[in-house]
Design a protein around this ligand. Sequence first.
Ligand SMILES: [Zn+2]
Length: 271
Amino acid sequence: MKTMKNFKFLTVAVFASVLTIVSCSKEDEPVPATIVVAAPVETCTDHFDYENPNNWSHVCTTNNTPNECGSTYRQSPIDIVGAVADATLPILSPIYSSSSTDIVNNGHTIQFNYNGAASDFTFGGETYSLLQFHFHASSEHTFGGTHQALEGHLVHASPSGSLAVIAVFFELGAANPFLDQFTANLPSHAGDTYVDVNLNYAPEDLFPVNQSYYNYNGSLTTPPCSDIVNWIVMEHTSTASQAQLDAFTTLLHSNYRPVQPLSGRTIKHKI
Ligand SMILES: [Zn+2]
């Protein structure tokens, strides 16, 4: 009954519209047979930069991965403040074999592709393997609103596809022996690489001596900003000389995403 009423109303409304069009048209102007209203077209771009992080929600994705850069839910980086001590968190004990040197400047960061024979650590019931590490300057995570000079991200993946990223920090001070191996040969232009099969390094040398850390659930800090990252943020900062920091910062062009809302998340602290 209700359907029939609606149908009648629709019929009357359509008829009235046709009458309106006919009565408004002049005899010497043809009446368009159909009026086509263009539907809004979803466009996306492959380009993103750090000048306009608010535009990252328009960056194209692959394999039907949703772009989550516009979300306020579980995004990274964040300001580390108000962390809650959690004695149940594991002691950090990644096991890495050494890797030869394979560095790429991908236009957004300086990335070291890891090619060691084996690497893994377990965390929260998942086993993660190191894929690569790369750098941001200034740091992406802040501590009570303060940036560090340089932040390294060691990106690990589990067989189920989740990621664990260990964040390490560098501030101005004594020269850093790990960074010293590479600062003279960082690839300076997008697309440049530096490969040295005879220069082997140990990834654990990136870590500070004191391995207390913060832990929270967040996202990639570049598009598509997927919220699939188990973040392990080292509490203590290593040092690097001014020349070492300059070698990175002149190539990284302020490649840090602004901090994102905590949105009710708990930051856990392993002391
Ligand atoms: Zn990163």
